[in-house]
Structure formats: C-alpha cells, structure tokens
Design a protein around this ligand. Structure first.
Ligand code: BG6
Length: 481
C-alpha cells in the first residue's frame, strides 16, 4: 500500500469539536498524545478543543491527562506531557451556520502563534451527526474552509434523503478531497491485512470466489451494552451503527477485485464497484433483536423498538460472487466480544469418507480474527491417529502477537495521521456511501420485527434460522497461548 506512515505532516491547527465527549476521551486525545510520543505529529501544531461545556484550559488539560492515563497505551508520566499539554487550549461554544463566535478567533490566534506559512486546519467533528451540517456551514461562514480538512464521524446521514441533504450542505463549503468520512474499522491493522492476505499471496486468490466458497460470515458480537450512549443509540440502532457502516466496509475489502494499485482512487473505485453490485436488502434478509433490559437503560424509551442486534444476508451479484451469500451479525450484550471474518469452503465434490465418523464441523473454514487475539486460522479435517479411519477437526494458526510481536497501531492514530498527511485511502467516498443508503432504503423504512434475546446469549433464534442449514462459526481461541 502507499503508506507514508513516517511522513511528517505540515504544520497544523487541530480543532476537536465535541472535545469533552466519550469519543474524544477514549480515542482522540489518547491518539493525539501517542502520535506525539511517536514523533508522528507536525513539527509545529496546536490543538483547539471545543464543546458546549464551560471548562477552563487547565480543567481541559486535566481531563485530557486523565483520558490519556486511562485509555492510552502510554501514560502521561512516560512522555513529555507538559509539552503536549501546552499545545492544548479550550474554548466553549460551537460553530453555528451564520457566525463563528469565539471559536474562529481561537483558531486564528493559534495560527498566529504557530507563525510561518499559514498552517493547515484539521477539524475533527466528534459530535452527533445532526450537528455536521450546521458546523460545516459555520466553518464556511467563518472563512476557515481554506487549507481545511474535516473528519466526520459516522454515520454520515440516517437514510438516503438525509445523506443527500447532508452531502450537499457539506459540498457547499468543502470539496470532496477536503472531506474525510471516517469508519474506524478501516484503520484497523487487521482489516488492512485482508488486502495483504489476498493480494500479496498467490495461494488464496484462486479459491477466493463462489466456485470454492460456500458462504462468508462477518461476525462482530460485543459483550458490552450501550453504556451512557442511550441518546445516540436510540436514534441509530445496531443496523446503522455497525452493519451499514463497519461491516459493509469490511465486506467490500473481502469482496473487491484486485485494484490496479493501492492508491486512493483505484482502491476506492474497487470498493464502490462492490457496493454497486450488492443487491438491495429486503426485510426477510435481516433479523433484528433487542437485549432484555435495554428499555430500562439510561436515555432509552421504555417502549423502545430500537434494535441492539442485527443479522443480515447480503448478495453481491457479480461474476465472482453471484449466488453466494454473505452473512453479517453484530449485537450488544452478546456472549463474547469477537471480531471475525470466516470463509466457509464448499465440501469436496465427492465424499470419499462417507462411512467414516466425523467429529465436529466438517466444512473447511478460514477465519480472520480482527480482535481480540488477532490472527488467522484454517480449520480442516485430519485423520485421527489409530487403527481405524476416523476424521477429526484440525487447525493451522497464525497469531499476530506471536509472529510479529510488535504492537498493532490503534485505528484512530492511523486515521488521524492519514488525515494530517492528506491520504484519504482508508476513508469512505460519497458515491460508496450513497449507494449503501440506497441498498438499505427499503429496510430502514419498513423495519422488521424486533426479537428479544437474553443478555449474554448469541442473539435471537431467528438469526440461526437466517443462516440455516449453515451455522455461525467462531473458532475456539488457540490453546497453545
Ligand atoms: C463504534 C460503534 O463505531 O464501534 C460502537 O458506534 C461499537 O457501538 C464500536 O461498540 C466497536 O469498535 P471497536 O473498535 O471498539 O471494536
């Protein structure tokens, strides 16, 4: 890939909107500090943090320090915290569509302090999606769009109509190459490894198609609930929060044709072609669920029908995948936190071992575990030692930790750095997102029934029926670690 990981970004003012929120605390502030520690930040940069909360600079620095100590891989005491903290300033308020208020002044003041050639501006919108439009118009009204790049958290729109409206608003102020729609799964090392696995090896690509694969599973169960995100989750639900965003993006990496290069446009073109070939989802292609007790969570309506679980059957109707289903599953408060893509291969054309007893599942599976315990495993059948012919499940394993030993780069670090150097390869493009909303339009407006499921389970029974006669497959963690 054309990764310029060590490239030093131009001088910057980084503006974090929603700076006292959960995302800033858990991901963005730790990522900025770690990039600074790794010497990957611009030579000269300042961070202007903002939200509606009334906090002083010092209180914000304290908040940032706690965030780093709780969520960053390195603690504030291990690095030059004071230097980093001195770069942080805080201003209360947000851009409105008509005037910029104190935020514009704070940005210009920071630019003057940096000096030299006018620095670039990176805006990170860690705010609810309904604020994307007004804030972008505010950036325009304050005449700050020049030299700016803007990172938008997901989801970018709620459906086709709101996507088009938001996209038009944003394009009134910014050109497409200034727009960075983030999907942090694409920043995960293991997701990029799908491309390396497929296209750096001669062994797998010949069998990567409908002739050899029976179906693909993209499975992201989570054991956590919705925490304090009730307000956000009620409007979003698992289908928008995970399926049409993260899981569709991963699907595009699994299904895409080899790009002519790993440059931004060729890669994004191939992803878009996958979405073009996808068949619009019908209500009976999905199963929605809600965990027991969800309606009693903070910020949730007592009669809420929001889904906390979604499973989907998706078809990519092109030469490579026609007639072969992709099954997607995700949910909150499920039995385990896992993150796996499994290719389930067709059984051999002739059963030579018909009379033979088989222990366990007989299909061959190739599973890419994106976390925790990142790695790749292949399960197959082998002869059980002994005088009779009996077959048992066997497995080959690759684990990142034992093979490479090095720590994986955090997705947000990777993507913030990419935005700082102007690389949009791992961000999403408007044609791809528009098509995705088109694919789910019918479903969003005619949601299926929501089945209740017990906390700590694998979701509603209907999700097993969706994949039957196949089964959801999550290999046991390797025993030798
Ligand atoms: C976020 C979703 O985008 O991704 C969350 O909004 C989800 O609901 C999270 O829990 C999962 O990401 P990660 O990186 O923690 O696996």
């Amino acid at each position: 890939m054309t990764v310029e990981w060590r490239k030093t970004p131009d001088d910057h003012v980084i503006v974090v909107l929603g700076a006292t929120g959960d995302l800033a605390r858990k991901k963005l502030l730790p990522a900025l500090f770690h990039l600074d520690m790794e010497d990957l930040m611009p030579k000269r940069y300042l961070v202007v943090a903002t939200s509606k909360d009334e906090v002083t600079d010092d209180q914000f620095r304290e908040f940032a320090r706690d965030a780093v100590d709780e969520f960053c891989r390195c603690k504030s005491s291990e690095g030059h915290w004071d230097e980093f903290a001195a770069r942080l300033s805080y201003v209360s308020g947000e851009f409105g569509p008509d005037d910029d208020g104190p935020l514009g002044d704070a940005i210009r003041k920071a630019e003057a302090e940096i000096g030299g050639d006018p620095p670039r501006r990176l805006f990170y919108l860690a705010v609810p999606p309904q604020a994307f439009g007004p804030i972008t118009l505010g950036i325009g009204a304050a005449e700050l769009a020049e030299r700016a790049r803007v990172i938008y958290e997901k989801p970018f729109g709620w459906d086709m109509e709101s996507f088009i409206k938001l996209n038009n608003t944003v394009h009134e102020v910014l050109t497409e190459d200034q727009i960075y729609r983030i999907d942090h799964f694409l920043g995960k090392e293991t997701v990029q490894n799908i491309l390396a696995f497929r296209f750096a090896n001669g062994m797998f690509e010949p069998i990567w198609n409908r002739d050899h694969i029976d179906h693909v599973q993209i499975d992201v169960p989570e054991d956590i609930g919705i925490g304090a995100r009730g307000g956000f989750y009620e409007k979003t639900g698992a289908f928008r929060d995970m399926i049409v965003t993260h899981l569709f993006q991963v699907l595009s990496f699994i299904a895409m044709e080899p790009p002519s290069s790993f440059g931004e446009q060729p890669l994004l073109d191939e992803k878009s072609k996958v979405f073009e070939s996808m068949v619009a989802l019908e209500p009976d292609d999905v199963v929605f669920g809600q965990y027991e007790g969800y309606q009693r969570e903070e910020g949730v309506a007592p009669d809420s029908r929001t889904e906390t679980f979604a499973a989907a059957r998706v078809w990519v109707d092109n030469w490579r995948w026609s007639g072969m289903p992709f099954f997607l599953r995700t949910g909150k408060r499920m039995a385990e936190k896992r993150w796996a893509v499994t290719l389930a291969f067709r059984e051999p054309p002739k059963q030579m071992f018909e009379e033979v007893e088989v222990q366990g599942q007989s299909r061959n599976h190739l599973t890419m575990e994106m976390g925790p315990n990142e790695g790749i495993s292949v399960s197959f059948l082998a002869k059980v030692p002994g005088p009779s012919i009996e077959l048992g499940p066997a497995r080959m394993d690759f684990r990142y930790a034992s093979s490479f030993g090095s720590e994986l780069i955090e997705a947000y670090e990777r993507l913030i750095h990419d935005a700082l150097i102007g690389d949009r390869t791992l961000f999403t493009r408007c044609d791809g997102i528009e098509r995705v909303w088109e694919l789910v339009e019918k479903l969003i407006h005619h949601s299926p029934a929501v089945h209740e499921y017990p906390q700590g389970s694998w979701g509603p029974q209907a999700a097993n029926e969706l994949i039957a006669p196949r089964q959801w497959h999550l290999p046991e963690p390797p025993t030798n670690e």
